[in-house]
Design a protein. Structure first.
Length: 147
């Protein structure tokens, strides 16, 4: 498999999906992709969340979608502000949505659907305010193999 899982065009489509999902919310969505994960994906997602400074959002409403493609694992986690608003059932449903698409090798589509769903949920609890700023980059972050 190539070093970059998504083509440049697919990366641009994901970034646009994030931009559109964040239009009507103060929430922040990030996607992190790396080849391998040797620990529980939720634990690795928490590490990446911290590395990306996602705890620094004013309303603690950042969401990270984590994917380790060679290990075939993924996770979705939210900061405490959004996590307190949604139940674990929401995160489980989004994980199931990704799993459904990923099982058909629809990686881009699976991420786009979940990004949109998360954006809708963030809008519900953290609607856009006129003084909102984009606190975190919409760019996809990439990591190397984790030991």
């Amino acid at each position: 498999m190539s070093k970059q899982f998504f083509t440049q065009q697919e990366q641009e489509q994901l970034v646009e999906s994030i931009r559109l999902a964040e239009l009507n919310t103060s929430g922040e969505i990030r996607v992190h992709v790396e080849p391998k994960c040797t620990i529980k994906p939720e634990d690795r997602a928490k590490e990446v969340f911290a590395q990306l400074g996602m705890h620094s959002t004013e309303k603690q409403n950042g969401v990270l979608i984590y994917l380790a493609y060679e290990s075939k694992v993924f996770a979705i986690i939210g900061d405490i502000g959004i996590h307190e608003k949604v139940s674990n059932a929401f995160w489980d449903a989004e994980r199931d949505t990704m799993k459904q698409h990923f099982s058909k090798a629809e990686f881009l589509k699976g991420l786009q659907v979940v990004i949109s769903d998360v954006g809708t949920k963030l809008k519900q609890y953290f609607p856009y305010q006129s003084d909102d700023t984009n606190e975190l980059s919409n760019e996809i972050s990439f990591g190397g193999e984790q030991k």
